[in-house]
Design a protein around this ligand. Structure first.
Ligand SMILES: Cc1ncc(COP(=O)(O)O)c(C=O)c1O
Length: 385
C-alpha cells in the first residue's frame, strides 16, 4: 500500500489529467521518437558491431563490473577515439546514458563557492546534477543573452575569490526545438572567464554537415569546456559521452560517481556505438540521412507557413518542431485526433513544461515522407480553425 502522501500526489495527477503511464510504441507514422535518422533499424550497423566484437574477441554479454574494476573492455578506447575524432575533440569519456553523464559531470565538477548559470529550460538531468553539487545555481531567461550577461556581471562581483563561473546551455532544446546563439554565449563566457558546457543530446547526428553537432559546426571546440553527446537519439543506440580535454577526462574518471559506482556498458552496446558512428561517417554528404533530414526540416517549416500555423510554432531549425497549444484537454484531444489519422505526435504536459504552455511535439525523421508532413499539418490546421 502506497503511503498517503504519495497517494495524494498520484491522485493530483489523475485529477488534472496528467498521469504518466508506460505505453508500447505503435504502428503509427513515427513523428515522436528521437531516432531522427532511423539508425536504430539499419541492419548494417548491427553487422558491423558483430564483426567488431569478433575481431576484438569479445564474447561476454556483460561488462562484469565498473570501468574502474573489470568493466573496461577493449572496445571502450576504440569507441572513445572514434567519438572524439568525429566531433573534433581531444577526448571522449563514455557514460551509460546522457542522464548518467549529466548527473556525474555536474556533481563532480561544481564545487562549493562556484556559480553556475543555466538556461531556464535546461534538461532535468542537468538540474539534478547541479542539485547534487554545492555550487550556487541561477537560471537565466531562455536564450536571452542580455539576461545572461547581467547574471555574468553579478556573478563576477559576488562569487567567492576562488569560485569558478560556469554557464550551461543546450544546442537544441528538447521541448522547444530551438537553439541558442552559441557563438555569442561562448564570447560572453570568455569575457567573464566562465567555462561553457553544452548539451548536444538533440544536435548529435542532426546538426553539422555529417551530424557532428552545433559546437563543431560553429568551430567552437576550443571555447567549450565540455560537451555532452548522446547515442540514444539520432545515433539510434544507447549511451553518451562527455567531450573535453584530457585533464577533465582524467578528473571525471576520478570523481564522477555515476561513472565510478555503476556497471559499465556491455561490449555489444559499445560496439553498436562504434558501428553507428562508422555508418554515419561513411555516408556521402549530399545523400546522407543527415542531409535528407535537413531538407525535411526546411520542407516542414514551409508547410507550417503554407497552413498559416506560424503563430503556434516555436521558431526552430532542428528536427524538433513544437506547436504550443495551451490546455491539457485541448492538446491531448488534438494528439488523439492525429492518432486516429495514423500519426504518432506526443502531447507534452506540465510538469515537463510550464502549466499553460502545453504543446504538440513533432519529431521529424529522415525516413518520414513529405506527404506525411503535409497531411499531419493540414489536420492540425483544420482542428485549430
Ligand atoms: C537535453 C537532454 N540531455 C540529456 C538527456 C539524457 O540522455 P539519455 O536519454 O541518453 O539519458 C536527454 C534525454 O531526453 C535530453 O533531452
Amino acid at each position: 500500500m502506497l503511503p498517503p502522501k504519495l497517494q495524494k500526489k498520484l491522485a493530483a495527477r489523475v485529477k488534472n489529467d496528467s498521469l504518466r503511464s508506460l505505453t508500447q510504441s505503435s504502428e503509427l507514422v513515427d513523428l515522436a521518437s528521437n531516432d531522427y535518422l532511423g539508425l536504430s533499424k539499419v541492419p548494417e550497423i548491427a553487422k558491423t558491431a558483430s564483426t567488431l566484437l569478433k575481431a576484438q574477441k569479445q564474447t561476454a554479454h556483460g561488462a562484469g563490473g565498473s570501468r574502474l574494476l573489470t568493466g573496461n573492455h577493449s572496445l571502450y578506447p576504440i569507441c572513445e577515439q572514434t567519438v572524439a575524432l568525429f566531433h573534433n575533440r581531444q577526448s571522449a569519456l563514455l557514460f551509460n546514458s546522457g542522464y548518467d553523464a549529466n548527473i556525474g559531470f555536474f556533481q563532480a565538477v561544481l564545487q562549493r563557492g562556484d556559480i553556475i548559470l543555466f538556461d531556464q529550460y535546461i534538461h532535468a538531468s542537468i538540474r539534478d546534477g547541479i542539485q547534487m553539487s554545492h555550487a550556487k545555481a541561477y537560471k537565466f531567461a531562455h536564450n536571452q543573452l542580455d539576461d545572461l550577461e547581467k547574471q555574468c556581471q553579478w556573478a563576477r562581483d559576488n562569487k567567492a575569490p576562488d569560485g569558478q563561473l560556469y554557464i550551461v546551455t543546450e544546442a537544441v532544446f528538447s521541448m522547444d526545438g530551438d537553439s541558442p546563439d552559441l557563438k555569442a554565449i561562448a564570447h560572453l563566457a570568455t569575457r567573464y572567464q566562465g567555462l561553457l558546457i553544452v548539451d548536444e543530446a538533440h544536435a548529435t547526428g542532426v546538426l553539422g554537415k555529417k551530424g557532428e553537432g552545433l559546437v563543431a559546426q560553429l568551430g567552437l571546440e576550443d571555447q567549450v569546456f565540455a560537451t555532452l553527446v548522446t547515442f540514444g537519439k539520432a545515433m539510434g543506440v544507447h549511451g553518451a559521452a562527455i567531450l573535453s580535454d584530457y585533464d577533465l577526462r582524467t578528473y571525471l574518471i576520478n570523481f564522477a560517481r555515476s561513472l565510478i559506482y555503476t556497471t559499465a556498458l556491455p561490449p555489444h552496446s559499445v560496439a553498436m556505438i562504434v558501428a553507428a558512428y562508422r555508418y554515419l561517417g561513411a555516408q556521402g554528404s549530399s545523400v546522407s540521412p543527415v542531409a535528407q533530414l535537413e531538407q525535411y526540416i526546411t520542407y516542414f517549416k514551409q508547410q507550417i507557413t503554407a497552413f498559416q500555423l506560424e503563430a503556434y510554432f516555436i521558431a526552430s531549425d532542428s528536427a524538433i518542431q513544437v506547436a504550443v497549444i495551451p490546455g491539457v484537454d485541448r492538446v491531448k484531444a488534438l494528439s488523439r485526433k492525429l492518432e486516429q489519422k495514423g500519426y504518432d505526435v506526443k502531447p507534452i504536459l506540465s510538469p515537463t513544461v510550464t502549466e499553460g504552455q502545453e504543446r504538440l511535439r513533432f519529431c521529424l525523421h529522415s525516413f518520414n515522407r513529405p506527404n506525411e508532413f503535409r497531411d499531419v499539418l493540414q489536420a492540425v490546421a483544420k482542428a485549430l480553425m
